[in-house]
Ligand binder design. Structure first.
Ligand SMILES: N[C@@H](CCC(=O)N[C@@H](CS)C(=O)NCC(=O)O)C(=O)O
Length: 259
C-alpha cells in the first residue's frame, strides 16, 4: 500500500534515464514517504514548465506541498528529506562529528562521483567524436574514486562496512545509482567493474538488494518503456545522442512510433 505520510504527496520531477533522479526516489522509498513522480521527456528538460521549477534545467527537482518548498540538486534534496522526514534518524546521526562526516561524503558524491562518472559515460557513449584521451581520463578518475571508497570501506570492522558509523545512512545510499551504472559507464562486465575493489562491491550489492532500490528500478524500467527509450536514454529509432539533440533543436517529433 502506498504511504500516507506526509499527508500530501511530494512531487518528484524526473526524466527516466539518468541516475540522479533515482537517487531521490531510492531515499523516498527507503523512508516510505508519500510521493508521486512527474515523468517527462528529456526533450523538455530545458523548457517550461520544468525550467520554472529548476532554472538549471536538470533533474531531479521536488515540490513539497506540505512545506511549500521547491528544491533541486539531488544533494540538497537528500539533506532536506532527511532533516524533515527522517525524524527517528534511521539513516542519519544526531551527533556533530557524524553529521559533518555524512555531509563530507555527500559532497564527495556530488562533486567527485556524479560529475566524473557522468563525463566518463558522456565521452564513452554520447559524445559525437571518440576522443581516447578524454575517455581514458574519466575512466581513470572513476577508478580513482572507487579506490578511495575501497580504502575507507576495507578499513571498517567486517560487520559494519558503511561510510559513517555502524549503519547504512543517506551518504551510502547516495553513491548507489551511479555505481549501478558502472558496467555501462566503463563498458565492461559486472565482474570487471569491481576488479580490485571487493569491499565497494559488497557494499553496493548489499544496497541494491534492498526492496526500496528494487522498487525504484522497477519504476525506472516502466517509465523508460513508456517513453520508448533505449538503455542510453536515446529514443528507439534514433541512432545517436547528437541526432537526438538535433531533432530536439529543430522541434521535430522524437517519440518512437509517431511520425
Ligand atoms: N548535480 C545535479 C545533476 C543533475 C543532472 O545532471 N541530471 C541529469 C539527468 S541524471 C540531467 O537533468 N541532464 C539534463 C541535461 O543534460 O540537459 C544533481 O545532482 O541533481
Amino acid at each position: 500500500m502506498a504511504s500516507q505520510y506526509p499527508a500530501k504527496p511530494i512531487r518528484v520531477w524526473l526524466t527516466p534515464p539518468g541516475p540522479n533522479p533515482w537517487k531521490v526516489v531510492f531515499l523516498l522509498e527507503e523512508l516510505q514517504l508519500n510521493y508521486e513522480i512527474r515523468s517527462f521527456r528529456f526533450d523538455d528538460v530545458k523548457k517550461p514548465p520544468f525550467i520554472t521549477i529548476n532554472p538549471n534545467g536538470r533533474v531531479p527537482a521536488i515540490e513539497d506541498p506540505n512545506t511549500g518548498l521547491t528544491l533541486w540538486e539531488s544533494g540538497a534534496i537528500y539533506q532536506y528529506l532527511i532533516e524533515v522526514y527522517d525524524t527517528d534518524k534511521r539513516l542519519t546521526y544526531a551527533t556533530l562529528n557524524e553529521r559533518h562526516l555524512l555531509n563530507q561524503w555527500l559532497h564527495f558524491q556530488m562533486s567527485g562521483q556524479g560529475p566524473y562518472y557522468g563525463q566518463a559515460g558522456w565521452f564513452r557513449h554520447l559524445h559525437p567524436e571518440k576522443i581516447p584521451s578524454a575517455i581514458e581520463r574519466y575512466a581513470k578518475e572513476v577508478r580513482r574514486v572507487l579506490g578511495v571508497l575501497e580504502t575507507v570501506l576495507a578499513a571498517r570492522p567486517a560487520d559494519t562496512q558503511w561510510l559513517v558509523g555502524d549503519k547504512m545512512t543517506f551518504a551510502d545510499m547516495a553513491f548507489v545509482p551511479w555505481n549501478f551504472r558502472l558496467s555501462e559507464v566503463l563498458m565492461c562486465s559486472w565482474d570487471e567493474v569491481w576488479e580490485g575493489v571487493p569491499h565497494v562491491r559488497a557494499w553496493q550489492e548489499r544496497m541494491v538488494e534492498l526492496p526500496s532500490w528494487k522498487r525504484a528500478m522497477e519504476k525506472r524500467a516502466r517509465l523508460m518503456d513508456e517513453q520508448g527509450l533505449q538503455w542510453n536514454g536515446v529514443p528507439k529509432g534514433i541512432e545517436t545522442f547528437t541526432e537526438y539533440e538535433e531533432k530536439i533543436k529543430r522541434g521535430e517529433n522524437t517519440i518512437p512510433g509517431k511520425e
